[in-house]
Design a protein. Sequence first.
Length: 880
Amino acid sequence: MRTDTPLTIYRKDYTAPSYLVDTVELGFDLDPARTIVANRLTMRRNPASAQREIELYGEDIELVALRLNGKALGKREYRLDGNLLRIPNAPEEVTLEIETLCAPEKNTALSGLYVSNGNFITQCEAEGFRRITFFPDRPDVMAKYTVMLRADKERYPVLLSNGNLVDEGMLPDGRHYAKWEDPFLKPSYLFALVAAKLVCQEEKFKLADGREALLQVWVEEGNLDKTDYAMQSLKKSIRWDEERFGLELDLDRFMIVATGDFNMGAMENKGLNIFNTKYVLANPRVATDIDFQGIEAVVGHEYFHNWTGNRVTCRDWFQLSLKEGLTVFRDQEFSGDMIGTSTGRAVNRIDQVRTLRAAQFPEDAGPMAHPVRPDSFVEINNFYTVTVYEKGAEVVRMYQTLLGREGFRKGMDLYFERHDGQAVECDDFRRAMADANDRNLDQFERWYSQAGTPVVRAQMRYDEQQHAVELTLSQSCPATPGQPEKLPFHIPVAVGLVGRDGRDIPLVIDDQERGTTTVLELTGAEQTFRFTSVPQQPVPSILRDFSAPVVLEYDYSDEDLLHLFSHDSDPVNRWEAGQRLAMERLLRLTEDVTAGSRLQLDDTFIEAMRKVLTDESLGPAFREQALLLPTESMIAEQTDVVHPLSIHMARQFVRSSIGNRLRAELLAAYDANQTPGQYSPDAESIGKRALKNLALGYLAAASDDEGIALAERQFDEADNMTDRAAALGALVHARAPAAQRALQGFYDEFEKEALVVDKWFAMQASSPSTDVAAVRELMKHPAFTMKNPNRARSLVFNFCMANPVQFHVPDGSGYAFWAEQVMALDALNPQVAARLARAMDRWRRYAPALQAHMKQALKQVNGLKKLSNDVREVVSKALA
Ligand code: B3K
Ligand code: ZN
């Protein structure tokens, strides 16, 4: 916690480390109140650096002893300014011995070494290792680690760290020890230890080269009935990386540990992944389909980091997307391949597009906008963003779109050939892609350096005489903080032409046949592409499969959109046409609500929805996506002045109209998509449940009580959490009289299941019937605590970020609540507080009266003298 003005760190100021570390020997005497850490480093001067001082970072730890080459250093021989310890005039080769103290039980920031439900856990990325010991805590310092753990055997029977267990035994005083050795070089952010009372599900797994690896999933006692899916997902991930990228597990042992107190989803520590319980624990009784999917994706993600992140890591934190964008791309491809079918894959892709639009586009247009490879930051933890992750993944995907799957694989192979064991930059990845394919990707660099969402404007001209189509594409990109002007991007635009009969027209450019979908490369500000042999005026299907993270503008008529919505062979664009039809109406209705006009929804739209809903040739998962309306925040992004209540009412009106006017079809879909028999989280069943529960939601939003009755029945009879939670959500959101009884029953039944209690809070927090006063009441519930990030997110975050009507009440009480919670949370856990702080990012877009309240709340937080850098950066950028 600092009170001075936070320092901005710039990418351009990078300098190589003054000393390199060869080996690290760590000894831990674990005690919640007073842990002693002995750290023995062998270091040598870095020939690539002109600097001659040893620089070590340390934060919130007490220095007890410091020895250099066996000799204790006096106070004059080193300097300790804040978090930086400097030793001038050190010799070429150095053995440093550092002894420090820390208090894990007081560590509420959950960064470094902390206690979670009585267990010791660590989290070191990005800069948590310095909260454990003094160290050149930067990712380009890679070393070999040996770790000795000592702790009371009764309370901490399990002692884990990275790599291989090389020794274990008893100590005289009831304590025991375990010694771990990690054979691979790693940066400090990948260090981990666990000392805990845990049990595990384990299995030997045969790797492609014939070796056997021991796989373990560690959880607290009582949770062994929820580890199967994580274990299965781990095995699938290992196999997939072997097959798709030729990458093997390089350790004999791979462990996953679940903890209930964790700042984010999971962490890829070498050989010892630590997970939020949310992404490990699942069985049909307590987890929804979305939870199961999340587990598969996150287990995959962390496992894939073993190569993209751990074997090849980042030179500095500005390069974060080098590992995150690439690894998200890899986990997305993994999930797609696990579904297998082409529509399944498309639904997966649609989900990605939705996330990008709902979260990344707003970020790219707001005060925290930054390039995929940022140029500066105050607090690196604020840059684990949707831009670095999801837009970063889109950037990686574009390589594959431009180079083809094989070309992309060649690039990956070259990347590992060149950089295995190194800490590198995003540019190195781009160079590997270019060199392996003999392509010039210089202009592509702008995806890394320029922030903002590019806008691609398309115009089509059909030449009846020549039977030719001219498609003109132009691009621009709005200004973002610090970047007033942008240069053109290298944009892959996948295009098809849909004929009047609904079929794709074969594409011919420069007398070359290009199939029915072709990737146009837009590199200039404006370019025209000419297609010949086009027998009749087509409807263009542009940006197929969402081939680039851009906003596409094209003046589609309703008729064009209806045509694409019925026929486009590209499922993503077929869905997109429906979204455009819906968005147009939602925007108009929002204006009507604000103006007090009567609301009306045209038959054309309802008919289009009816057609999709009843089209049996489309899989249920796709139909669900097609019928899902854009979220309130997506609508907000499209309006000039945001009136949250108008948006909510407009969207509710469309929902109830669909519920009323498609009642029969929704009921039929509800019945036809039941999944009797044993629950299974396969794509087909997940799709059916999604469509069925969407139908239930619409029916419950309709004006008669039949939907409510259906929801009540489903709630009482469901044998799995997906259906249970969907029914409860429908009751709560429809403010049904039965909602209270159902909520109480749900709580009583699942009181002991922390992740389900989170759902219980979340459902209420995001319900439009829950106002600020009700949230404050819920905060008094014995199960609520701000100290647990999952719990804080379930109630406080959901209210501030997923309940726009109540959060934005005209009197500003929602914002006052926000300020209060950000400040309270900041004193406990700055990383989590800074996430909540971002709820106010888009404050300038709201109606003036709301803006004034929002500004006041932001100023209140910013006015606090004692504020973390994390929150300070977010609120000061919002106000700037
Ligand atoms: N690499 C971690 C994120 C660490 C966040 C630190 N504030 C999880 C992941 O992306 O796999
Ligand atoms: Zn990651």
